[in-house]
Ligand binder design. Structure first.
Ligand code: GLU
Length: 628
């Protein structure tokens, strides 16, 4: 599926693609020769916030992210002739500055790319990987023989995996971009230098991490100036990160993967830089500089399912996003979801998700270490096999047991009651961030990136301005079900299972929708719900993103946002046997699920970019040439 076919980015900036206009090419060439993208200033002077609209429609390319600063950084790159890949990296680099608790070069993610020239969808696996020293007992406390608590594991060097984000950016730029890394980082450098205005989300995310941030000296120094979270309305600068980005711009990714910065990352994980006499025990990790040097972010094939004639592409293992969203859609293909009966539609959504999660928890992990049945889980046949468990008049008792994608009939006996599974509590955080970009040539990017929990491992690399991930806690610490093989146990060089589901949907071979979300395991249900709302229930993308959310992940009760619990369909769902609990708080005043962004390509050739109107404080969408 991959098509690494172009010349290296640095050369390409001087010999742009055939379809770029001469004027744009001349500008890019001039910019390349001056060394920095001086024309593309992402942040106005003194950190003033760029325009922030949740929806924008128009032409010439689009960006949507959770932050107006990051969206502006991507838009500036598009306006100066960059393509969707360039803009995606620029937006992501800026998110590393303004959303440092969700994303940055200390973390990882998954990148999905539609190439308008080849009509192909490719992905980059930039997931963090376990260090060479990792064993199955990584999270077992040697003193007790028992697994560490999730909190103790998160707040330790053990949780830090080899970061993949910077490698994702260079892989994307080298394969499909047109500008060098330095130019893609320029917007982030500007924001980090001039600062950004602290909003209630940044303030509350800092406050919710204050206890652990205060234990790590460089984290406290950066994110708790004067001992407290930065005040709402104040301007937050990160000169260390500006310098780190500048160094990377000058020296290239080798500074990280094989150089001094990589050594510092490893040293931070091995020797957590705590304050003197900390009250929390940050255990040392085992990540080494050699681990980081050997890291690769490969281009890999997407998952694919056909839903109602549309081609839905997402991420293959080690993410469970593509297989689980795909399986649920294949199950739903067996029903008339848009019959007009809104209770049945939500019931089907909940039940399909429940079954797909049972299979996800049993079968999906790093495919380099397990025989993961990606093909079977995303096959229409398996969806058909599993669909027979769903009844329109009752609710499956959760947890339901997984099927067997290797067995005839998917291991599902439709004449018997659904067998019970074993309950499973997911621990993925509510952090992470998603962005989408497109360009005037028709290329599209859907990119989810993360440092796992909000605030990651809480460990800032001293003097470098970025936090390290705690992605290794996405592994199961012990086998989930006694006697049943667990594909998600820690191992050397293994990647933990993810839920990230950056998705691109094609209609007649052309981009139709790009979407994704943060939210740990709820990422899967959020992407699924947006697709169902948009494709089956008559909502437009803006409405589908704003709609109240519920998340059924093979648990006895479906998590829901307060607004979902007020829907008129709730009594009907309860009459079918469904039960609901309020989604856990995520650091914002109202419990919420996800923070999605998306693009829809309209029949008239325009693109609609959409972000959240309210969740996480609301996101920012922009297009190069707006029409409304
Ligand atoms: N670590 C999670 C995953 O890979 C994402 C974390 C989150 O969204 O909060 O699925």
């Amino acid at each position: 599926m991959s098509t690494p076919r172009r010349t290296p980015a640095r050369t390409r900036a001087r010999t742009p693609r055939h379809r770029r206009s001469t004027a744009a090419a001349a500008l890019l060439t001039a910019v390349a020769l001056t060394g920095t993208l001086t024309a593309a200033r992402a942040a106005p002077a003194h950190g003033a916030q760029p325009p922030k609209e949740p929806v924008a429609t128009g032409y010439g390319g689009a960006v949507a992210s959770v932050s107006p600063y990051a969206t502006q950084a991507g838009l500036d790159v598009l306006k100066h002739g960059g393509n969707a890949v360039d803009a995606a990296v620029a937006t992501a680099a800026a998110l590393g500055v303004v959303e440092p608790y969700s994303a940055g070069i200390g973390g990882g993610g998954f990148f999905v790319y539609y190439d308008a020239r080849t009509h192909k969808v490719s992905t980059i696996d930039g997931r963090e990987s376990g260090p060479a020293a990792m064993t199955t007992n990584w999270f077992i406390d040697p003193a007790t023989g028992q697994p560490l608590s999730f909190t103790d594991a998160v707040n330790s060097g053990l949780s830090v995996g080899i970061p993949g984000t910077l490698k994702t950016w260079t892989t994307a730029l080298n394969n499909w971009g047109t500008i060098p890394l330095g130019k893609a980082l320029q917007g982030g450098i500007d924001i980090a230098s001039k600062g950004f205005v602290v909003d209630p989300t940044f303030n509350s995310f800092t406050a919710m991490n204050q206890a652990r941030f205060s234990q790590i000296a460089p984290t406290a120094q950066l994110f708790l100036p004067g001992g407290a979270p930065p005040a709402v309305g104040s301007v937050f600068k990160n000169p260390d990160l500006a310098n780190t980005y500048k160094l990377l711009a000058k020296e290239g990714p080798g500074l990280f993967y094989g150089g001094e910065l990589g050594k510092e990352v490893a040293n931070t994980a091995q020797h957590p830089p705590t304050i003197p006499n900390p009250t929390m025990n940050f255990r040392p990790g085992g990540l080494t500089a050699a681990d980081i040097t050997g890291y690769n972010a490969p281009v890999q094939a997407p998952t694919h399912v056909n839903y109602k004639g549309l081609d839905v592409y997402s991420i293959a293992p080690p993410s469970s996003g593509g297989t689980t969203v795909g399986e649920a859609l294949n199950i739903l293909s067996n029903f008339n979801v848009n019959s007009g009966d809104q209770v049945q539609a939500l019931h089907l959504y909940d039940e399909a998700s429940k079954i797909a999660f049972a299979d996800r928890n049993r079968w999906v992990g790093d495919a380099k270490f397990n025989d993961v049945p990606t093909k079977q889980l995303t096959s229409a046949r398996y969806g058909d096999d599993r669909a027979c468990l769903i009844s329109p008049t009752s609710t499956l008792t959760a947890p339901v047991a997984p099927g067997n994608p290797f067995a005839p009939g998917g291991g599902t006996d439709c004449s018997a009651a659904a067998p019970s599974g074993t309950s499973y509590t997911d621990t993925e955080g509510m952090s992470t961030t998603h962005l989408v970009t497109s360009d005037k040539w028709g290329d599209v990017v859907s990119y989810t990136l993360t440092i796992e929990q909000t605030g990651g491992s809480a460990m800032t690399v001293p003097g470098r301005g970025f936090l390290l991930n705690n992605e290794m806690t996405d592994f199961d610490f012990v086998p989930l079900y006694p006697g049943v093989p667990d594909p998600n146990l820690p191992a050397a060089h293994k990647q933990p299972r993810s839920a990230m589901s950056p998705t691109i949907v094609l209609k007649n071979g052309k981009p139709f929708i790009a979407v994704g979300s943060p939210g740990g395991a709820t990422i899967i249900t959020t992407v699924l719900q947006i697709l169902v709302d948009r494709l089956d229930l008559g909502m437009n993308l803006e409405q589908a993103i704003a709609a109240p959310r519920a998340s059924q992940r093979n648990a006895a009760s479906t998590q829901a946002e307060p607004a979902f619990l007020n829907l008129p369909q709730i009594p009907g769902l309860e009459a079918l046997g469904e039960t609901f609990t309020l989604a856990p708080p995520s650091g914002t005043p109202t419990p919420e699920i996800g923070a999605a962004t998306g693009l829809e390509f309209l029949p008239n050739g325009a693109v609609e970019a959409a972000a959240e109107p309210a969740r996480r404080g609301g996101g920012a969408a922009a297009v190069v040439h707006p029409v409304r």
